[in-house]
Design a protein around this ligand. Structure first.
Ligand code: B12
Length: 383
């Protein structure tokens, strides 16, 4: 039972444990797959390592991560006493890595194949928070993904699982397929017990990473992670990562998908999160032809829309370069004339991979007129 139980604001004669049980029931009733409770400062110790992560520059260009509140979560909502951590199962019905062998198609990470989970989870969290406020006369704020909250350490402290060697939360029930969200509340609730790390000697997630993004178990260098490169990183992608990206055009599931704890996971049951056919294994040739309006329509309900058309087609151009498909050369030739320099630059690389003689003649025709320094730099590389 929580030490400050006496300060609990409540109606009726519920005990903190009874309130925690009713919160759990309510959260599961709203469709969350897992729920647990932690003290609001439960992630403070993890913030120490966050400093090391920044000092090593492992966040790359994600400067937004360095916001001061991240290392001092109490400033977000000083009156908060407890955190209700929830998990949403997005487990795939089929192996999400199968698409990696279909080289003329794009691989989109499982979490992004359904509707944008941010909106879905936030809406459910708000319903939970409204119910909490109305039932127990407390204040509550909801967070999912975007806020400067250390969600994985909080979920771990709330007993939802442990942070695995791939740094994500692993659950005995849902494997590596939970997405996370939180309600911070002024209620002083009894915290759940954390779960022991059960990664053991397994290193599958570390070994499978195509870009060797784990400098050590439990540590990620985001700058090497394909999820970061395809979603967070703007501009051209460093040459060393292009071939290992294969046909991954939005996020990467490899470290999650090989986790042995997935054997206990069930496929997601929330229909909104089920993969849409158009996002499951789309043809690269179709994606390369999307203009702004068509991209917005294609990605309208998905989190993919957040990266915009140019960055998405940049990723597609790299995947085409990795396809080995001569039939896609005409598609690349069209991308060489794209209005976005980042697309042109990656199309130059793709053409060099698919058709060296065509690259030579295109260089002769286009180099002098090219005004963008990054695109010229690509033409300057010997294929
Ligand atoms: C930034 C971010 C990213 C970045 C960086 C990822 C990362 N591992 O930090 C990028 C863009 C790469 C990314 C990728 C993905 N992400 Co992301 N991401 C976030 C975000 C917004 C912040 C995470 C964060 O604070 N990272 C900072 C690092 C330092 O934290 P950490 O990994 O927990 O580090 C701990 C240890 O690894 C260790 N440590 C780390 N560095 C060091 C260094 C030293 C020297 C030492 C000793 C220790 C140490 O200590 C830290 C504290 O315990 C969270 C949402 C949130 N607000 O929390 C989602 C979140 C973590 N992402 C999520 C998902 C789903 C993904 C992807 C699977 C998406 C995909 N399929 O492509 C990949 C997975 C890649 C991976 N293996 O991590 C989910 C994870 C759910 C879960 N079950 O854990 C979250 C929680 C979003 C959500 N609301 O569901 N993500």
């Amino acid at each position: 039972m929580a030490a400050g139980a006496a300060s609990l604001l409540r109606r009726g004669d519920s005990t903190p444990a009874a309130i925690a049980a009713s919160i759990r029931d309510r959260a599961l009733g709203l469709g969350f797959s897992a729920v647990g409770i932690a003290h609001r400062n439960a992630a403070d110790a993890a913030a120490t390592h966050l400093g090391e992560f920044f000092a090593a520059g492992r966040h790359g260009t994600m400067a937004w991560m360095e916001r001061a509140e991240r290392t001092a979560p109490a400033t977000l909502f000083p009156a908060a006493r407890s955190v209700i951590a929830v998990g949403v199962n997005v487990g795939p019905a089929e192996d999400p890595l199968t698409v990696l062998a279909q080289r003329t198609r794009g691989a989109i990470a499982t979490y992004a194949r359904g509707r944008d989970y941010h909106n879905l989870v936030r809406a459910k969290l708000k319903r939970l928070a409204r119910w909490l406020g109305a039932t127990y006369a407390c204040d509550a704020k909801v967070f999912v993904d975007t806020a400067p909250v250390l969600e994985k350490p909080l979920a771990a402290a709330a007993g939802l699982g442990w942070q695995g060697k791939h740094t994500n939360l692993v659950s005995r029930e849902f494997g590596s397929w939970l997405l996370l969200g939180e309600v911070f509340t002024t209620l002083d609730l009894p915290a759940d017990a954390p779960v022991d790390d059960a990664c053991g000697t397994c290193s599958r997630c570390l070994d499978v990473c195509p870009t060797s993004a784990f400098p050590a178990p439990y540590q990620l260098d985001a700058r090497r992670c394909i999820s970061y490169l395809t979603i967070e990183h703007a501009g051209t992608i460093a040459p060393e990562f292009r071939a290992p990206m294969g046909n991954r055009i939005f996020g990467c599931d490899d470290c999650l998908a090989v986790c042995p704890w997935n054997k206990y996971a069930q496929a997601a049951h929330d229909s909104a999160l089920l993969p849409r056919e158009s996002l499951t294994a789309p043809l690269l040739a179709d994606l390369a032809g999307l203009n702004d309006a068509q991209f917005r329509a294609f990605a309208s309900t998905s989190t993919i829309k957040r990266i915009g058309r140019d960055q998405f087609v940049r990723n597609v151009a790299i995947a085409i370069g990795n396809s080995g498909a001569a039939a896609l050369v005409p598609v690349v030739l069209r991308l060489l004339g794209d209005a976005a320099p980042v697309v042109r630059a990656m199309a130059v690389w793709a053409l060099a991979r698919l058709d060296a003689p065509a690259w030579q003649s295109q260089r002769a025709a286009r180099y002098a007129a090219e005004a963008d320094a990054d695109v010229r730099a690509e033409w300057d590389r010997t294929p």
